[in-house]
Write a protein that binds this ligand. Structure first.
Ligand SMILES: [Fe+2]
Length: 369
């Protein structure tokens, strides 16, 4: 059970740690501004979550009955709206990073610094307030016009304190909508945000290789990041259930193209970004959707995003999925039958991916608490 944390009520924290020392230290620091619950092991924690509304969990990665990372995955699958902060011993940095990949909001190394702990927890609460607000907004009013977006932006701004890094970006004309759109993706599903970030990363690599103009590079990066923004208005969308191939995508999912393009129009973003969103499921052979465009009828930038998003769907290592290795995924997209992608772009994309394998395997959206 999760709860929307209101600024005026004390948020509920569950400390999961088998050692009494760190547990008590966390209680002392967080007690004055949180309602504290404790669990010594994974079993107790899961039992407690069935009956208590929890906003945030501090999770030790070494538990007596189960690996903490394994518990994290179950918690995020059952209670995606609960934020989890990993608090772990020295030497566990690698697993802490793995935790971030599995949607933890952040991590701290033991013995923790009190100031760092309170700062991270406060930032995570602030972020949860924004995400809870957006989840409610998306549930109650999944598709809105320009006026509603302006109202949403104003309310969202009021939830971003001046100290928040998002506040500085919000004041920029150009990319001012990015924190809001990024939070909308995350409020829907953290894995959808990770997918969007990786697709934008691949697209950016392609843009550099194709020597696109700076203006086009910016449009491409934004269009790639927002290519699935329409999925945020689909009820109960989960990245783990998302189908890979256009021919297997549920009919409802196909609606994300139109919904996304309309969203971009309402927000006043460049029309070319909307074109990328609307056409990223078209295929070179004309077998795609929604319009069955063929070859160069499909805008160049949408062709790039189409390849990048399929590659990422095949390789995404997210809960509930069985990812292919980079080599297997290359093999699959390199043998489309009949031809799915622009052959020249495909050749280039494979080169780019092969050269970037090391960074690709660790790519996740860095939590911006
Ligand atoms: Fe899509």
């Amino acid at each position: 059970m999760t709860t929307s944390s209101q600024p005026s009520t004390k948020p509920a924290v569950l400390i999961i740690d088998d050692e009494v020392g760190p547990r008590d230290a966390l209680k002392v620091v967080l007690g004055p501004f949180c309602t504290i619950h404790c669990a010594e092991n994974a079993r107790m924690a899961l039992e407690l979550l069935k009956t208590q509304s929890i906003d945030l969990i501090t999770l030790d990665l070494k538990l007596p009955d189960r690996p903490g990372l394994n518990l994290l995955q179950e918690i995020k699958l059952k209670y995606p709206e609960i934020e989890v902060v990993i608090v772990t011993g020295y030497g566990s940095l690698k697993s802490a990073m793995e935790g971030i990949r599995h949607a933890a909001a952040g991590y701290l190394l033991k013995p923790f610094n009190t100031h760092e702990l309170t700062t991270l927890i406060q930032q995570t609460f602030e972020k949860k307030r924004r995400l809870d607000f957006l989840r409610k907004y998306l549930r109650d009013s999944p598709e809105q016009g320009t006026h509603a977006w302006h109202t949403l932006q104003a309310k969202y701004r009021s939830l971003c304190p001046n100290s928040d890094p998002a506040a500085a970006i919000l004041s920029q004309d150009d990319m001012g909508l990015l924190p809001l759109l990024s939070d909308i993706l995350e409020a829907t599903d953290r894995q959808l945000l990770n997918h969007s970030s990786r697709v934008s990363f691949y697209a950016t690599l392609m843009a550099a290789r194709l020597h696109l103009s700076l203006a086009d590079q910016k449009i491409l990066a934004l269009g790639a990041f927002l290519h699935d923004i329409g999925k945020t208005s689909l009820p109960h969308y989960r990245f783990s259930d998302d189908q890979v191939l256009p021919s297997r995508e549920p009919v409802l999912c196909r609606e994300h193209l139109g919904k996304g393009a309309r969203m971009i129009e309402s927000l006043g973003l460049p029309a070319e970004v909307g074109q990328i969103i609307a056409a990223h499921h078209e295929r070179w052979d004309g077998q795609g959707y929604p319009h069955g465009l063929q070859g160069t009828e499909i805008p160049l930038l949408a062709r790039i995003v189409g390849m990048a998003q399929l590659f990422d769907h095949l390789t995404a290592d997210a809960p509930g999925r069985s990812p292919l290795s980079v080599e297997q995924a290359i093999q699959q997209i390199a043998n489309p039958s009949p031809m799915q992608f622009d052959p020249q772009l495909l050749e280039l994309f494979i080169d780019v991916v092969k050269e970037s394998t090391a960074s690709i395997s660790t790519m996740v959206a860095v939590p911006a608490a």
